[in-house]
Design a protein around this ligand. Sequence first.
Ligand code: SAM
Ligand code: SF4
Length: 472
Amino acid sequence: MTALRTKRELSPAPRRSDSASQPERPKRLPRYTSYPTALQFGPLKADQARRWLDEVPEQAPLSLYFHIPYCDQLCWFCGCYTHISNHYGPVEKYLSVLIEELRQAVARLFSDEVARRKVSHIHFGGGSPTLLKAEDFARLMKVVSETFDILPDAEIAVEVDPRTLSAEKVRTYAEQGVNRVSMGIQDFNPRVQKAINRIQPAALIEECLGWFQDVGISKINFDLIYGLPHQTLDSIRETVMQSISYTPSRIALFGYAHVPWLKKHQRMIPTEALPDQALRQQMFAEASAQLEQCGYRAIGLDHFARPGDPLLEARDRGRLKRNFQGYTNDPAEVLIGFGASAISSLPGGYVQNTTDMKDYQARILAGRSAARRGVGLRPRDLLMRTIISDLMCMFEVNPEARAKQLGVTYDFGREKAGLHRLICAGYMCQDGDVYRITEAGRPYLRAICTLFDEYFPQDSDILHRCIHESEG
Ligand SMILES: C[S@@+](CC[C@H](N)C(=O)[O-])C[C@H]1O[C@@H](n2cnc3c(N)ncnc32)[C@H](O)[C@@H]1O
Ligand code: SF4
């Protein structure tokens, strides 16, 4: 989800007023795909997004994200921003507007007549980008390659719904330089697949893998989910075993985010069939152990990769990063998102396009920015973002060193008191000025990060947060 792509915050912590008025909803911890998280996004001043775009340094390599918010069938568990369309017309129309948005951004970025901007990473997410016809995918890529300088070692990745793939689409991906795909597998068990309204037999996965092999696309990620209805420790073990048998380069093991108050269709999921928090944690622990026994190495919150994978190398060199797609080794500091709901990460702040499809199309066709919400970055946000990223990626942090490096004066008194409580509980250890999360503390990674989240209510004790609010 790769992760959710835009892998947005799927398990947002409710604002304090929400939790007070609706106590039955469990408080959920941010996944920290950004900091400040999407919960802090608010309305932006007119032209703010375009001014932040103007500040992007000329030589900075860029990462591009294209959101294709269409699927032909709704999975009951889905937490993504998507629309169900039974015909191709709306998708085709959307694509034309998306290309127009790209052209407008390019005109803005190149208004000072700089050389073509370098691109180190391109990601097609959704929804289901595999819904695009082969010729339409090629049309979009043609505009991208004509306007940007795609670096020779750039990663070009596509999120794949196996049910909408074809040999022709895969051939086009290869011709257009796609070199990584993330397949939405979720679970191989037929009972689980039925309960989530996503039937995809193993034979279909094997056919897709054959198509990728034929064209030489060898970097294959599998997305699996634990915490789905009817899953048991045995069924998860079988799904993980079957996944390993196909030798994907990476496996993401996402915890199911059940947020029926935000995603109404999740009410179709039988709540009584959902594993409880203790079982979820056990599922994750056992599946992780199984993956590691079979040669995969754990990365951050929920990723696993085979030895030699660039994500592992990036982690070992301290270059692993977290973004809306999950974990990445992408060197770009600037991410520009295109499409309805897409989020950009710019030097000045985060910007999210409108999630209203009509509004998105009307704005772009009128030559206006589609950005509706966002948040500016203060020096303190940059400090906390770096610290949270260190914890999410490396499981350790030296807060004082980060503050010094970023030139921010900050008294970590409150945070250190919390860290010491975590040390006493055995969830963290200290080595000089470095605080490290222990094996016992790993299930509480997201809770531990809230210590440094200045927007997260600090009204509960950190240990209470770990035990009662962690999502495994
Ligand atoms: C945009 S989807 C991937 C592409 C394609 N639409 C598909 O489903 O195959 C990205 C991934 O997000 C994950 N995902 C979606 N909804 C989720 C939820 N509620 N909780 C956890 N993971 C979820 C799934 O693993 C999915 O493969
Ligand atoms: S195919 Fe993917 S994006 Fe579409 S509904 Fe299913 S999980 Fe959501």
